[in-house]
Design a protein around this ligand. Sequence first.
Ligand code: SF4
Ligand code: SF4
Length: 115
Amino acid sequence: MSLVNPCVSCGACCATFRVSFYWAEGDDSAGGYVPNELTEQITPYHRCMQGTNARAPRCVALQGEIGGNISCSIYENRPSPCREFAISVAGSNPACDKARAKYGLAALITIQEVA
Ligand code: SF4
Ligand code: SF4
């Protein structure tokens, strides 16, 4: 048995919130890894993912349809907010529930198991 990752058919959080982080996560800094060309400077010390600092946010790195087959084109190099954003199970992360609701996706009650 293995667990199904609901994020691979969701992506709602990547098109709901501004994804901002300390500038040094950019790959133009020593030890940075987020592709700088996909980011936008928002303060002297912070950047965000392009597309997320908008009235209708959608991260430039998001590929596919919300609620369908979707992926992050920089998954291995995504910034810290993306790494830290938890899937909500039974209300454990209201921000995830809110993002899913925005796109008509039900809140998750459990993570399904498949053979
Ligand atoms: S909104 Fe929740 S379920 Fe959807 S991609 Fe983000 S963390 Fe995953
Ligand atoms: S970098 Fe990837 S995980 Fe983060 S918001 Fe953009 S598409 Fe989503």
